[in-house]
Ligand binder design. Structure first.
Ligand code: NDP
Length: 310
């Protein structure tokens, strides 16, 4: 069986940053790219909040640069999907594509999280043309325009408030008759003159010739007073939660109630020695490319430290 000192799972900013640091530390890491090479960031267009790029940078270019930077220092980047991870042994055993096994002294989990979507065909039809699951990534493109945010949790409130600073008007489309977000967020949303909450509304479709121009909603679906509602919007933001890609590791690591890997005291250390978690899979709070990159760096430094002490 092939052996490595450091195996990195995931190819978003956390995974590639870990690969850059681990390869520069002579750990000869192997990085398994996973289902979505480049990670979640590649679902957006221009990244304007990653430091160092005055005019922003195309998301695919940014991720490709990270990939090439890691490769330049010798990281062995492979296409493949990790299908099994055995973490309660030393070395750890990682199975790729159900067939190939690699043993690893350290494992850095950087598998990210995926935004949840409603499952409407129109979300795919208008992907990158008005449908987004990240207000901080894409909100800027809707300056002085009208947008809708779906969801009634803390993320939806945060996104709506963020967008209210940029846009002319923000609808919140909420399926219940209340917001489940924390009290302080609800108060802030209620205080914003730009935000209009559409309680008990569900989205059934999007309209528009050139990108999103409107949304078709149903008010009180299935009730006697059910009614069809149309709103004119330029952007449609999903904020109905994220699902961390942590299923493979749940038998070995502690996960929080939403499935995020629990790490120790703000470090990438997990409860299993030699296993580190970086980026969105362990971050329910910030979920930014730059914070993911930072935690990837920390994970590689911790892996190096662990190997030196062994
Ligand atoms: P939540 O699960 O808390 O909220 C999801 C929201 O989306 C709910 O209003 C839910 O409706 C709605 N929703 C889910 N599925 C659908 C659907 N199919 N159609 C329509 N609406 C749907 O997720 P969040 O991402 O908001 O928060 C996750 C965790 O992160 C929470 O614990 C939150 O407190 C925390 N968080 C904290 C922040 C902070 O402290 N600043 C910021 C952001 C998140 P319903 O209520 O009907 O289920």
């Amino acid at each position: 069986m092939e052996h490595t000192k450091c195996l990195i799972i995931g190819s978003g900013p956390a995974g590639f940053t870990a690969a850059i640091y681990a390869s520069r530390a002579n750990l000869s890491p192997i990085l398994i790219e996973g289902m979505q090479p480049g990670g979640q960031l590649t679902t957006t267009t221009i990244v304007e909040n990653f430091p160092g790029f005055i005019d922003g940078i195309d998301s695919n270019t940014l991720m490709d640069n990270m990939r090439q930077q890691a490769a330049r220092f010798g990281a062995d980047i492979r296409w493949g999907i990790v299908t099994e991870a055995k973490l309660d042994c030393s070395p750890k055993i990682i199975t790729i594509d159900g067939t190939t096994q690699i043993s690893a002294d350290t494992v850095i989990i950087a598998t990210g999280a995926a935004a949840k979507y409603l499952g409407l065909p129109d979300e795919k039809k208008y992907a990158g043309q008005g449908v987004s699951a990240c207000a901080t990534c894409d909100g800027f493109f809707y300056r002085n325009k009208t947008v809708a945010v779906v969801g009634g949790g803390d993320t939806a409130c945060e996104e709506a408030l963020y967008l209210a600073n940029i846009c002319k008007k923000v609808y919140m489309i909420v399926r219940k008759n209340y917001l489940r977000a924390s009290k302080i967020m609800v108060e802030r949303v209620n205080a914003s003159e730009k935000i209009e909450i559409l309680f008990e509304h569900n989205t059934v479709g999007l309209t528009g010739e050139n990108g999103v121009e409107g949304a078709n909603l149903v008010f009180r679906k299935g009730e006697a007073d059910e009614k069809q509602v149309h709103i004119d919007i330029d952007g449609f933001f999903l904020a109905i939660g994220h699902k961390p890609n942590s299923d493979l590791f749940k038998d070995y690591l502690d996960l929080d109630e939403n499935g995020y890997i629990k790490t120790i005291d703000g470090t990438p250390l997990t409860k299993v020695e030699g296993v580190f978690a970086a980026g969105d899979v362990a971050d329910p709070r910030y979920r930014q490319a730059i914070s993911a990159a930072g935690s990837g760096c920390k994970a590689a430094l911790e892996a190096e430290k662990y190997l030196m002490a062994k």
